[in-house]
Each structure stands twice: as structure tokens, then as C-alpha cells.
Design a protein around this ligand. Structure first.
Ligand SMILES: [Zn+2]
Ligand SMILES: [Zn+2]
Length: 137
């Protein structure tokens, strides 16, 4: 099966894609490698990296490059915003519509034709909020 003009869907690629689509935790390449290794024990980290780039190039997964932390991958490719915990670094999906009003509004502030925007919300996740409470008692 061909994914696009350049690439075929190989078994390795299929397994990597399935593993990413199983979770909503936005795993890093290392985490995906650990997940995939349970199904393909002899796969290398380099192969996982290469296939992640190909799956991204084909539009089958998203790459999260916000902030200075490690790149994360997302199997949920509909438009959505992310929220990152400033304490533990966990990245979640935000149940909020993506605002194209922002794109329109930004055009009045520059001579660019704005096509898209990247926005990340920062906060403290529920687990870390609990930890803080425990510490103060
Ligand atoms: Zn947290
Ligand atoms: Zn996401």
C-alpha cells in the first residue's frame, strides 16, 4: 500500500503509527521506541526516528515542536491546541476549538498573509496540583 508518491506503508511504519494512535500522551521518539519494541523487538531507535519523519511528512502524525523540550508526536491529526504542565512536562489536548479569528486579527498587525498559528497553553496538571497540596501539609 502506498502512503503517497514517495513512500509505501511498511509493516514497521504501520506498527509505529498504530502505537502512536493508541495513546493521547504525545510521546517522545524514545517513548515510541519503547512502545514499538514490545511488538518488534529488534527494531532500532534510528529506524523509529526515520519512520516518524516519514509519517510526519505524509501527514499521518503531527510533530509538536513548541517550547525547548524534546519533540513529541501526536496521532490525533485534527486541529487542536495543547496544554503543557510546567511542573512535570506532560502535554495534553485542550477541549477547545481552534480560533481562526486569531489568524484574521493578526493580519491587521502585519503585511503577512497569515495561514496558521501555533499556540500552547501552560499550567499545572491535576496530579501536580495534588502533589503541591500534599507538600504544604
Ligand atoms: Zn504535571
Ligand atoms: Zn494532541
Amino acid at each position: 500500500v502506498k502512503i503517497n508518491e514517495k513512500y509505501r506503508m511498511t509493516n514497521q511504519r504501520q506498527v509505529i503509527l498504530e502505537e502512536i494512535q493508541k495513546v493521547r500522551t504525545h510521546p517522545t521518539a524514545d517513548e515510541i521506541y519503547q512502545m514499538v519494541r514490545r511488538r518488534i523487538p529488534n527494531i532500532s531507535l534510528g529506524t523509529v526516528y526515520r519512520n516518524l519523519e516519514i509519517l510526519h511528512e505524509c501527514g499521518l502524525i503531527k510533530k509538536l515542536e513548541l517550547g525547548r523540550s524534546q519533540k513529541r508526536f501526536d496521532g490525533y491529526i485534527d486541529e487542536h491546541y495543547h496544554i503543557r504542565c510546567m511542573q512535570c512536562g506532560k502535554v495534553g489536548d485542550l477541549a477547545m476549538d481552534v480560533s481562526h479569528l486569531l489568524d484574521q486579527a493578526s493580519m491587521s498587525g502585519s503585511d503577512f498573509k497569515i495561514l496558521d498559528h501555533r499556540l500552547e497553553f501552560l499550567g499545572i496538571c491535576a496530579e501536580c496540583q495534588l502533589k503541591k497540596v500534599e507538600k504544604t501539609h
